[in-house]
Design a protein around this ligand. Structure first.
Ligand SMILES: NC(=O)c1ccc[n+]([C@@H]2O[C@H](COP(=O)([O-])OP(=O)(O)OC[C@H]3O[C@@H](n4cnc5c(N)ncnc54)[C@H](OP(=O)(O)O)[C@@H]3O)[C@@H](O)[C@H]2O)c1
Length: 265
């Protein structure tokens, strides 16, 4: 049985821990500075809450689940434990080389999960600094809750993060735009959020039978009809360009965070 320590038990680490907990070959240990979230997660997943860092010695895998901004302080706290151990990092913007240097290990699996993992519908990107059966095993556990996609470089993972890591926010934003439009048309509409969510859910489920998006669009838009007018207007608008620009901005921010961490360490 392999022992995994979760260093940080916030939103994303909880989703990853949940997937790992489904593999009975892993024994889970949870640590957070304020204890609260670690206790809660350990209770929920039948793991062990760890109060003192010293109790984290001799783990097989250390999962970094704190914010990127915390990495330099955290590396000072944990480096003596993580030396030459397998590290799984979910930190945005911090590449495998940096993790390897800061945590003194040549065995780094970098993952980029997204929040739909909570519903077993996530997408998790990953990259690694070496091939390893232990990495493969960890990723099979992740597959309990997500589709997984291997990126051959950190740069690729950073790029694709702007689609899959950031993606849930884009979807909620689109929902918000549609909901606001709905309420403009009918200010009295009750349960607008529930109805818009159903629109997204139902439409997405249709792709289970037919995944060619153009053909799905064609089915809703008949020539000379109403929807085609609306779709043609959207095609002529700045939506596509807006997405390219949004993704560029997200990538610039990735570099800024990475540069800042470089200067701190
Ligand atoms: N949210 C997303 O959609 C998303 C997607 C992909 C990747 N990520 C990555 O996931 C990571 C966590 O993000 P999050 O949104 O889950 O954060 P979060 O909910 O704020 O959780 C952060 C956790 O880190 C703990 N922590 C702080 N300092 C620590 C230290 N020195 N040692 C150990 N634990 C420490 C906190 O402990 P306390 O509870 O005691 O404060 C808390 O449990 C980030 O690196 C982010 O880049 C997030």
């Amino acid at each position: 049985m392999k022992k995994i320590a979760f260093l940080g038990c916030g939103n994303m680490a909880s989703a990853v821990a949940y997937a790992a907990s489904l593999d009975k070959e892993y024994k889970l240990y949870m640590y957070t500075p304020s204890n609260t979230k670690a206790i809660k997660l350990a209770d929920k997943l039948n793991g062990t809450h760890v109060k003192n860092i010293d109790e984290l010695e001799n783990m097989d895998i250390y999962v970094l689940g704190f914010k990127p901004q915390t990495i330099v302080d955290a590396s000072k706290q944990f480096k003596h434990l993580t030396k030459n151990k397998m590290i799984v990092s979910m930190l945005a913007a911090i590449n495998t080389k940096k993790i390897s240097e800061l945590f003194d290990s040549q065995d780094v699996l970098r993952i980029m999960p997204n929040t739909p993992m909570f519903k077993n519908k996530g997408v998790v990107l990953y990259t690694q600094n070496k091939d390893s059966g232990d990495h493969d095993k960890f990723m099979s556990a992740i597959e309990n809750s997500a589709l997984i996609y291997k990126c051959d470089t950190d740069e690729k993972l950073d790029k694709l993060t702007t689609i899959f890591g950031c993606g849930p926010a884009y979807i909620y934003y689109l929902q918000q735009v549609l909901e606001n439009t709905l309420l403009k048309l009918d200010p009295q509409f009750e349960n607008s959020g529930k109805f818009i969510t159903r629109l997204f859910e139902g439409s997405t489920m249709m792709t289970q039978d037919e995944n060619d998006l153009q053909s799905l669009i064609d089915k809703v838009t008949s020539k000379g009809g109403v929807t085609i007018e609306a779709i043609n207007r959207l095609k002529g608008s700045a939506i596509q360009e807006g997405f390219y620009q949004a993704i560029d901005k997200a990538l610039v921010r990735t570099s800024q965070i990475a540069d800042k961490m470089d200067k701190l360490s």
